[in-house]
Write a protein that binds this ligand. Sequence first.
Ligand SMILES: NC(=O)c1ccc[n+]([C@@H]2O[C@H](COP(=O)([O-])OP(=O)(O)OC[C@H]3O[C@@H](n4cnc5c(N)ncnc54)[C@H](OP(=O)(O)O)[C@@H]3O)[C@@H](O)[C@H]2O)c1
Length: 269
Amino acid sequence: MGRGKYARPTRRPAVVTGASSGIGAATALALAAAGHPVALGARRVEKLDELAARIREEGGEVAVAPLDVTQAEPDRPDSVQAFGASVTAALGDIEVVVSNAGAVAPGTVHEVDSDRFARELDLNITGAHRLVREFVPAMVARRRGDVVFVSSDVAVRARPFMSSYAAGKWGLEGMAHAMQMELEGTGVRASIVRPGPTWSEMGSDWDVDEAAAVLNAWVRFGLARHGHFMKPQAIADAIATVVAAPRGVHINLVEVSPEAPIDDPAEDA
Ligand SMILES: NC(=O)c1ccc[n+]([C@@H]2O[C@H](COP(=O)([O-])OP(=O)(O)OC[C@H]3O[C@@H](n4cnc5c(N)ncnc54)[C@H](OP(=O)(O)O)[C@@H]3O)[C@@H](O)[C@H]2O)c1
């Protein structure tokens, strides 16, 4: 533990939601490698167990608990609260929360069923808020903590045919910006990491023809200037950097984009 009002323990347990694949899995590995005990949450517990085994083999400390950040049925036991109790019992006070769980489905605004639209907002915005409710009050009481919201470049450049996702990430960033002001002076840092296109399981459940139509629409609107995607590690590295910022520094927002393919001068000649 450091000294004075900037005191922070060296052991900083971290929650990662959506840790069963893609960016969340890479983030859990990156935080474990940086010395954080990590709590893995998602619905596919068997995937979390596989990742946990790998983290333990590499000498890390890890806990797994099932997590569904949505609340589709009002009378269902609260999954986020149960997750919070389980991982806090296993690892101790949670110092870092990476709100990463999310999903996107294709659709045209005026054709998408409003219930589906609402379910997607529930996952992408309210799901993040449920985590905030579960973990941030204790962080504020302790006068330290990091919350990282995984947003998307659609939050500032909406893409067609994924409107509730764009609305969700736009809303998520609105909530995060308000929170940054509300948390000022509490010692708790809320940050946004905003990825561009990244290889993951996202979109792998889409119909192939529908996916092709959506990608072509992106090109038509100038939203896919090149075809490069990042590896999830790129986003995990950004999240680890945000969390590792020393006391007295707050990395509010990081946008991470795939670098464009390098022009071949021979082709310009
Ligand atoms: N890939 C991209 O191009 C891209 C770009 C910008 C932003 N992002 C953002 O990055 C984040 C991670 O996505 P990804 O690309 O890594 O996709 P991914 O591989 O599909 O991972 C999504 C994760 O979210 C979890 N999840 C979904 N619904 C959940 C729920 N109700 N409760 C708990 N966990 C849930 C999934 O786990 P289970 O299915 O096991 O629950 C999975 O682990 C998302 O917020 C996404 O919006 C991705």
